[in-house]
Design a protein around this ligand. Structure first.
Ligand code: NAD
Ligand code: ZN
Length: 400
C-alpha cells in the first residue's frame, strides 16, 4: 500500500510499504478515506523528536472497516469509523477511569500509545491506504452515513483536534458565562475557541499573530488578538476594561481584570511575543499566568516534550522550562495538562455533528491526495494564513 513515510528532518515521502493486516484477534483493518496532518506531526517533521526514519505517519484517521479479527464483536466489515489518536486497551487502570490517553498495556515502553508517533509505541500511522487498529471494539467510534458525505470532514476532526480543543476547555474549567483566553489560532486553538463557545463562554479571546488563522478563530466565535498589535495580555485587559461589564464591579473587584480561564494551544515551539523569529517555549504560559485572574484555571494542550534535541537551552533540551511558578501559586491558579483522552469526548461531539449543532470542518483549508503529502507538510509547516488544516484523501486521484 501507499503511505506517508518520515525520511528525516523536513522530509517525508509517499512510498510503497507492507500492507496493514490483522495481527491480533482484536484488530481491525480500516481503509482510510480521510487522514489529517496535525501540528503534532510538525514537531516530528521539524526534527524535534527522535522518530525513526521509515515510520509511517498519521494519527488523525477515519475510514471504512475492511477486515476484523476473530475477537472483534461489535464492529463489522463495512462500518464507517473514526479512530482516536490515542490507542487504548479499554481494560487497564487508566482506560477504565477515562484516561485512554494513558493506556498502560498497549505500549510496553510507556503509559501511552498512538498511531505513527514518536515514543508512542510501534504502531504505524494512517496517512496511508489502510491502517491496523488494535482493540477495535474499544478504539473504533462508529459513524453514520457514507464516505465523502457532508459530514466526512467534520467527523475526521473527532480523531484529535476537536476533542483536544474541548479537553483544553475542560482542563480550564470553562462553563456558561466564562471569560476565556486561548493561546494559538492553529487548528487546535481554533477548536478550543469553538468548544468554549459551545460550552456557553461569554468572551473568548484568541491570541496569535497570523491573520488568516485569527480569522478562523473569529469564525469560531472568538475575539482575535494579534500579538503584533502589542502585548496581548494588555490588549485583552484593555478590551475588558472597555466593556460594559465594568458597571457590574464592586470596589476591589477590578483585580479580576483578566480572564478566568486560559488554554495553551501552542506548545514548545512557541514564538516570542517581542520577536517572532525567536522561539520562547514558555511565552504563552507566561502570558497566561499574567492574564488569568486569581483563582482561575489553565489547561495546557500544546505539547511539551521530555526531550527536545533543538531546545533553546540545555534545560529545554531536557524538557525543563522556567515559568513564574511563584506568581501562579500566589494567584492560586489551577493548571492541568497532557494528551487529550479523545475517547472521553468523541461520542458526544460526534452527536453534535450528526444533529447539526456543530460543524467544525470550517477550520479545514486543504483537501489533497496522498501524493501531495510532501508539499502539504512543507506548506502547513510554514504555519501561515492559508494552510489552516490539511486533510489527505488516499482515494482522491493525484493531480495530473
Ligand atoms: P500549529 O503549529 O498549526 O499551531 C500553533 C499556532 O501557535 C500557530 O498558529 C502559531 O502562529 C501560534 N503561536 C506561536 N507562538 C505563539 C505565541 N507566543 N502566542 C500565541 N500563539 C502562538 O499546531 P496545532 O495543530 O494547532 O497544535 C497546537 C499544539 O497542540 C501543538 O503543540 C500540538 O502538538 C498540540 N497537540 C496536542 C494534543 C494533545 O493531546 N494534548 C493533540 C493535538 C495537538
Ligand atoms: Zn493530531
Amino acid at each position: 500500500m501507499k503511505a506517508v513515510v518520515y525520511k528525516g528532518s523536513h522530509q517525508v515521502a509517499v512510498e510503497s510499504v507492507e500492507d496493514s493486516r490483522i495481527e491480533a484477534p482484536g484488530d481491525a483493518v480500516v481503509r482510510i478515506t480521510s487522514t489529517a496532518i496535525c501540528g503534532s506531526d510538525l514537531h516530528m517533521y521539524d526534527g524535534r523528536t527522535d522518530i525513526a526514519p521509515g515510520t509511517v505517519l498519521g494519527h488523525e484517521n477515519m475510514g471504512v472497516v475492511e477486515a476484523v479479527g476473530p475477537g472483534v464483536t461489535s464492529i463489522k466489515v463495512g462500518d464507517r469509523v473514526v479512530l482516536p489518536f490515542n490507542i487504548g486497551c479499554g481494560f487497564c487502570y487508566n482506560c477504565l477511569r477515562g484516561f485512554s490517553s494513558d493506556c498502560l498495556t498497549v505500549n510496553q515502553a510507556a503509559p501511552h500509545a498512538a498511531y505513527g508517533y514518536a515514543n508512542m509505541g510501534p504502531f504505524r500511522g494512517g496517512q496511508a491506504e489502510h491502517l491496523r487498529v488494535p482493540y477495535a471494539d474499544y478504539n473504533c467510534l462508529k459513524l453514520p452515513g457514507t464516505p465523502g458525505d457532508e459530514h466526512e470532514d467534520d467527523f475526521v476532526l473527532l480523531a484529535d483536534i476537536w476533542p483536544t480543543g474541548w479537553h483544553g476547555t475542560e482542563l480550564a474549567g470553562v462553563v456558561p458565562g466564562s471569560t476565556v483566553a486561548v493561546y494559538g489560532a492553529g487548528p487546535v486553538g481554533v477548536m478550543a475557541v469553538y468548544s468554549a463557545v459551545l460550552r456557553g463562554a461569554s468572551e473568548v479571546y484568541c491570541i496569535d499573530r497570523v491573520p488568516g488563522r485569527l480569522e478562523k478563530a473569529r469564525q469560531a466565535g472568538g475575539i482575535p488578538i494579534n500579538i503584533d498589535d502589542g502585548d496581548p495580555v494588555e490588549q485583552v485587559m484593555q478590551m475588558r476594561r472597555d466593556s460594559g461589564l465594568q458597571g457590574a464591579l464592586r470596589p476591589g473587584e477590578d483585580k479580576m481584570g483578566g480572564v478566568m480561564h486560559g488554554v495553551e494551544a501552542v506548545g514548545f515551539q512557541a514564538r516570542s511575543d517581542a520577536d517572532a523569529s525567536q522561539e520562547n517555549p514558555v511565552q504563552p504560559l507566561e502570558d497566561l499566568i499574567r492574564l488569568v485572574n486569581p483563582t482561575g484555571q489553565i489547561g495546557i494542550v500544546g505539547v511539551y516534550p521530555a526531550q527536545d534535541p533543538d531546545g533553546v537551552d540545555e534545560a529545554a533540551k531536557q524538557g525543563r522550562y522556567q515559568i513564574s511558578l511563584g506568581q501562579a501559586f500566589t494567584k492560586g491558579l489551577r493548571i492541568g495538562m497532557g494528551q487529550a483522552p479523545v475517547k472521553r469526548y468523541n461520542e458526544y461531539l460526534r452527536d453534535l455533528i450528526i444533529v447539526g449543532r456543530a460543524k467544525p470542518s470550517f477550520v479545514i483549508s486543504h483537501r489533497l491526495p496522498l501524493d501531495a503529502a510532501p508539499d502539504a507538510y512543507k506548506n502547513f509547516d510554514a504555519r501561515g494564513s492559508e494552510y489552516t488544516k490539511v486533510i489527505l484523501k488516499p482515494e482522491m486521484a493525484a493531480a495530473s
